[in-house]
Design a binder for this molecule. Structure first.
Ligand code: FEO
Ligand code: CA
Ligand code: CA
Ligand code: CA
Length: 669
């Protein structure tokens, strides 16, 4: 097939202003339909959501904190059809909870113990949902409560471990003496969509859910102590929401306590933390299928896993690890992509083919605008040297390297980044974009900066984040090197006139039409929607940034150009006694012509998931945790009820919205 490239399209909407309203605000000529919300029932027998804290049975309801999402098309006969426009399965991650609104009077603790019913509810609100969406005509979207495809995957759902770390001693638990199975997925943030129509959900801030009593420290091997330290499973931690204080011997509850209590690993849940931090493959079309944790892709605080498939080349997954000073990873499959596999009926078998065997790499960004993919392969990775609280760590085998990918990446000299969030690939060029959400003012001293993360705290830090992009050598997924530039720096243009040099804060010359902070979600319009464009629309979503005093979080649309096509700029970091200058990279200067605010969300929300129908005429967006700072007696947002009823007193709910253009046109153009 030949791609016809014509002149770049232009953004065809008027920028949305900053907003502190309790509404999803979109440009004139667009409409918002609220779709699935926290608590919406997913079976015919499930009661309507009362939204007053009395609801139960969340294993049959939409979960909380909807994050990344994807629309998987269905034919009118109910078969997988990636080109379908009017019927599909909305698959969405449920990253976390706003505890305050899930119970009648907020969360309670009685005599030091969480009530079991509250804990069960909170656990079941996490995970992934599958719900059927239909267009009743002219893009009048609704969801189907009794669809046979509807499914909840929760932290209790059976999972298979797959790939090189399956069966490792580190994976053995009281649930799986062989270390090949586990339960559930948690803190699912961004996603990835495979070429064979399966869904990848990514386990991000899972470490905080584990309790680890101080007694555990004396019982652990040195290797596991180093690993737990590196991944933040802290000694003395009680675990998020104190779930293990509930009075229960049910292992769905007790397994969140990783403290060693038996004599062998198969007698307790000491190894449960090693079963999390993976990319998990789900077949959205088969509600009975068992999801598979793809260990070949490595273990970290996985944000997302953008998949690139090119006929005759290996399949590549680009993956951010969202914590301060963590890394960008790439997985390259051993098998080369056969486009006939796109329509395979056994999708998880395709995952076995492409995602269980390959090479994991981590990125080093060099000052000259080049970069190298460093292989994390046993025999090629040296010991991680002792540093600070760490003792030297020597890898035992490839499973060890994958389970402890962060330690391996340290050992090979990967470039520490300002919190790597989503990855997204430009379908016209193959270039990969990576959002770097921020690093706060107390972090990254001058001597900790690098060309890819140039802003230090002497320079007001990097509170607003930036976006970097790379182009593989030879444009191939298998490349071992790449070119890169910084595409865009976030800035709060209202607060620019601080004590620090203005040029170092608003480097990309943003203005009130496109200023933003803390980029997180990143997405290119579907290739079929932008067919013929050399410059498809790039979407940027923001998360709880440094600008929430002047505007709620937002979604921007951009026409980003290509790596290396912009003007040079310099970041000067001054610490009062020395000057640190970097001027070796270029970026595309932003203007309101190529970067514009498309949407602002309601109070205290984050803008999360994003996808389109294949024709680009419906845009689905996740609105996460509106009103998260409030509680049952002091509700701070009434969205989504407030979208149509400005006098609402309802509790807020995370929800998906469908956005359409009133003239039926392609969104943003
Ligand atoms: Fe869940 Fe890194 O955002
Ligand atoms: Ca995120
Ligand atoms: Ca974030
Ligand atoms: Ca969030």
């Amino acid at each position: 097939t030949t791609t016809v490239r014509v002149s770049p399209a232009v953004l065809g909407f008027t920028a949305v202003a900053h907003s502190l309203e309790d509404l999803v605000v979109v440009p004139d000529g667009y409409s918002v339909t609220v779709m699935t919300r926290l608590g919406d029932p997913l079976t015919a027998a499930t009661a309507a959501y009362a939204n007053d804290g009395t609801d139960t049975d969340f294993a049959n309801r939409i979960g909380d904190h909807g994050d990344a999402l994807h629309f998987f098309g269905l034919s009118s006969g109910g078969d997988p059809d990636s080109s379908a426009l009017t019927r599909g399965l909305m698959v969405q991650n449920h990253e976390n909870i706003t505890q305050a609104y899930l119970h009648v009077d907020g969360p309670t603790t009685v005599g030091g113990a969480r009530p079991l019913a509250e804990v069960v509810k909170e656990i079941e609100c996490h995970g992934v949902s599958v719900s059927e969406y239909v267009d009743g005509g002219e893009r009048s979207w609704s969801y189907v409560q009794d669809s046979r495809f509807n499914r909840r995957i929760t932290p209790n759902t059976e999972m298979a471990l797959s790939g090189p770390a399956a069966g490792s001693d580190w994976m053995v638990t009281a649930y799986s003496a062989e270390g090949t199975a586990g339960r559930g997925t948690i803190n699912n943030c961004a996603n990835g969509i495979t070429g064979w129509n399966s869904y990848l959900t990514c386990e991000e801030n899972w470490a905080g859910y584990f309790r680890r009593d101080t007694s555990d420290a004396a019982l652990r091997s040195a290797a596991q102590l180093t690993s737990l330290l590196r991944y933040g499973v802290r000694t003395g931690a009680s675990g998020n929401y104190n779930w293990t204080t509930a009075s229960s011997t049910d292992t769905t509850i007790t397994r969140w306590n990783a403290t060693i209590s038996g004599t062998e690993a198969r007698e307790d849940f000491r190894n449960e933390p090693f079963q999390f931090g993976w990319v998990v493959e789900i077949d959205p079309y088969d509600p009975a299928s068992t999801p598979r944790k793809r260990t070949a892709l490595g273990r970290c605080g996985h944000e997302g896993a953008f998949i690139r498939v090119v006929e005759g080349q290996p399949v590549a997954a680009y993956m951010g690890d969202d914590s301060r000073s963590e890394y960008l990873y790439k997985f390259v499959s051993n098998q080369t992509w056969d486009a006939d596999d796109a329509s395979a009926s056994d999708r998880l078998a395709m995952g076995d083919k492409y995602l269980d065997a390959g090479t994991l790499y981590v990125a080093r960004f060099d000052e000259d605008g080049s970069g190298t993919w460093l292989p994390l392969v046993y025999g090629q990775v040296p010991s991680r040297p002792a540093s600070g609280s760490y003792v030297e760590y020597t890898f035992a085998d490839q499973a060890d390297i994958l389970i402890n990918a962060r330690l391996a990446a340290d050992a090979v000299g990967a470039t520490p980044m300002d919190r790597p969030e989503w990855t997204a690939g430009n379908p016209a060029t193959g270039e990969i974009y990576l959002t770097l959400t921020n690093s706060n003012n107390s972090y990254r001293p001058v001597d900790g900066t690098n060309a890819a993360n140039p802003r230090s705290y002497w320079n007001a830090g990097n509170p607003n984040g930036h976006i970097i992009r790379l182009r593989e050598e030879g444009d191939t997924t298998a490349a071992s090197s790449f070119a890169w530039d910084i595409y865009l720096f976030g800035a709060d243009t209202i607060d620019c006139d601080t004590t620090f040099e203005e040029t170092n804060i608003n480097i990309s010359d943003l203005d009130l039409r496109n200023d933003f902070s803390s980029p997180d979600g990143a997405y290119f319009s579907r290739a079929t929607a932008i067919s013929g464009q050399v410059n498809p629309v790039f979407w940027i979503e923001t998360d709880d940034g440094a600008m929430t005093d002047v505007t709620n979080c937002m979604l921007l649309a951009a026409m980003p150009g290509t790596v290396g096509d912009g003007g040079a700029f310099t970041v000067t970091n001054t610490d009062g006694t020395s000057t640190y200058t970097q001027d070796t990279y270029v970026g595309t200067p932003a203007t309101a012509a190529n970067l514009r605010r498309f949407l602002v969300g309601p109070l205290e929300c984050e803008i999360t998931g994003i996808d389109m129908t294949p024709d680009g005429r419906t845009l689905f967006v996740g609105i996460q945790h509106p009103g998260e700072g409030g509680d049952a007696s002091a509700i701070t947002s009434h969205w989504p009820t407030s979208q149509s009823d400005t006098g609402s007193s309802a509790r807020p709910r995370s929800a998906v919205v469908a956005i359409t253009k009133d003239d039926g046109g392609v969104i943003a153009l």
